[in-house]
Design a protein around this ligand. Structure first.
Ligand code: FES
Ligand code: FES
Length: 174
């Protein structure tokens, strides 16, 4: 057993005793009732289960939860799909996903949303030129599988959010 303390969407959880073989996905879904994080392939191949890990230095990255023990998240700060809307207001990325009809069944959406959010925050710190943007978005979303094949619409939605605030996300030369 491991005693788990972690922060999820800004709220502290723990101490909670978990089995060492309990996956993070089961911890979120079964123990905390946070079912926005999905379980797809169960083999670290589709990223429908991805959540954001926030580093102390302000950087962040996504990680699958299906094959990673909850115990590995002890002491970490993470964000899940439940944390994107603030005070009942959807984030710009959530709104863009809806505006573009980017998802159908929605099973992959939390993973795409978390990945897109990490990209937005990266570009806010390290803007890129406009002519690099398509590649940067494609590289960021690469690895997320959508069985309903919403890839292009997800890509377009992320691009629209970036172009709507280009001074923030893009360098001035393009
Ligand atoms: S369910 Fe975790 S990567 Fe597919
Ligand atoms: S919207 Fe169905 S898997 Fe992506």
């Amino acid at each position: 057993m491991t005693t788990l303390n972690l922060t999820i969407n800004g709220q502290k959880h723990g101490p909670i005793e978990v089995r060492d073989d309990l996956s993070m996905n089961d911890f979120l879904r079964e123990m905390l009732g946070m079912t926005g994080t999905k379980f797809g392939c169960g083999a670290a191949q589709c990223l429908s289960c991805a959540v954001i890990i926030d580093n102390p230095d302000g950087t962040s990255y996504t990680t699958p939860t299906c094959v990673v023990p909850a115990a590995n998240f002890d002491g970490k700060a993470i964000r899940t799909v439940e944390g994107h809307a603030k005070d009942g207001e959807l984030s710009a990325l959530q709104r863009a996903f809806i505006d573009h009809f980017a998802f159908q069944c929605g099973y992959c959406t939390a993973g795409f949303l978390n990945e897109g959010q990490v990209l937005l925050e990266l570009l806010a710190r390290e803007p890129v030129a406009r002519d690099q943007l398509e590649t940067v978005i494609a590289d960021a979303l690469d690895g997320h599988l959508c069985r309903c094949t919403g890839y292009i619409k997800y890509h377009q939605a992320v691009r629209d959010v970036i172009l709507a605030d280009s001074k923030r996300y893009l360098t001035a030369n393009k």
